[in-house]
Design a protein around this ligand. Structure first.
Ligand SMILES: [Mg+2]
Length: 314
């Protein structure tokens, strides 16, 4: 890219991120300006506003790139409004978890942003829709839906990783595994007690590789259904997931698909979409193949559990 191609829309969620994350955004902006790029900076007032800013910039032919700095919620709203547009998106992850940013290969370093910008490697990003609501990363049904609901009920502003500890503990001891009925591509039906994940990305919170085989640009969603009825079985699933050996186990069903319908006879099932509380069941999910063009760091891979834990501690 060069300065004659047009301007760069920089959309920043000012509420997202620690001071070091905010410094990264400032440094990247300085880098662009030093090289003669025209940068139009917008601060978002809400997630909806973030989406509106992106949609508006994407209609302008002189906008060559949309760079969005924020957490997973901000990035999702921006990506959603860029569906079908040719203007590429640069994700600047400044949130707590940054599921999508991590999957695309970003860390929290300015030099990675610069390398990505200069490399110019663009990949297609699929999106998902759950009862009409857009998601970029992952939907969870049952156990983690309950964890997310408790975290959100207690939420006062910015969330950090420690905010998940007690909700996880409480859910671990109190959770009853609901019975699901899952229809895949209108062809196959699964049922049983357990927990279900459907998504676009391979790494979940703290780098856990739940959807082991997921590829965000293959036009398909990955589904992982853990059959489970109690604590001991849940711990076994957790251990095998950490070891990345869960996906081929007989008590785990793993599929790639385009549409999924999830129902349950248990009325109390909690769901989550990209880390926010999701709608009540039944839920219909579909993939939106190659919806957005995203810039990715050349040769980058998602960070695993070890890297994520070190990053969290530093
Ligand atoms: Mg995929």
């Amino acid at each position: 890219m060069n300065p004659d191609d047009g301007y760069i829309a920089l959309i920043i969620n000012p509420k997202s991120g620690s001071s070091s994350n905010k410094a990264m955004v400032g440094e990247f902006r300085e880098y662009l300006k030093d090289r003669g790029f025209s940068v139009r900076t917008h601060l978002t007032q809400s997630l909806t506003h973030a989406g509106e800013l992106a949609a508006r910039a994407a209609t302008e032919s002189e906008c060559m790139l949309i760079a969005a700095a924020g957490g997973d919620g901000t990035i999702r709203e921006v990506a959603h409004r860029l569906e079908g547009r040719s203007t590429p998106l640069l994700v600047i992850p400044t949130g707590t978890e940054n599921l999508l940013g991590n999957e695309l290969g970003f860390d929290l370093k300015t030099k990675t942003l610069v390398r990505t910008f200069e490399g110019g490697v663009v990949r297609a990003l699929d999106l998902g829709r759950a009862n009409g609501r857009c998601f970029t990363s992952i939907c969870g049904f049952g156990f983690d839906g309950t964890v997310v609901r408790i975290v959100n009920e207690k939420r006062k502003g910015h969330i950090n990783h420690l905010d998940y500890f007690w909700p996880l503990w409480q859910t671990f001891w109190g959770h009853r595994f609901p019975r699901f009925e899952i229809e895949i591509d209108g062809e196959e039906t699964l049922d049983g007690h357990g927990m279900l994940f459907v998504g676009n990305i391979s790494r979940y919170a703290i780098g856990l590789q739940l959807l082991h085989y997921a590829d965000y640009s293959d036009g398909l969603l990955d589904l992982c259904f853990y059959k489970c009825r109690g604590h001991v079985h849940l711990l076994k699933h957790a251990a095998l997931t950490v070891l990345k050996r869960h996906a081929d186990r007989p008590d785990v069903i793993y599929r790639k698909c385009r549409t999924i319908r999830v129902r349950s006879s248990d009325a109390w099932v909690n769901t989550e979409i990209d880390g926010d509380p999701g709608p009540a069941l039944p839920i219909d999910i579909e993939v939106v193949p190659q919806a957005v063009r995203v810039l990715v760091p050349p040769g980058a891979k998602p960070a695993g559990i070890r890297t994520r834990l070190l990053r969290m501690l530093s």
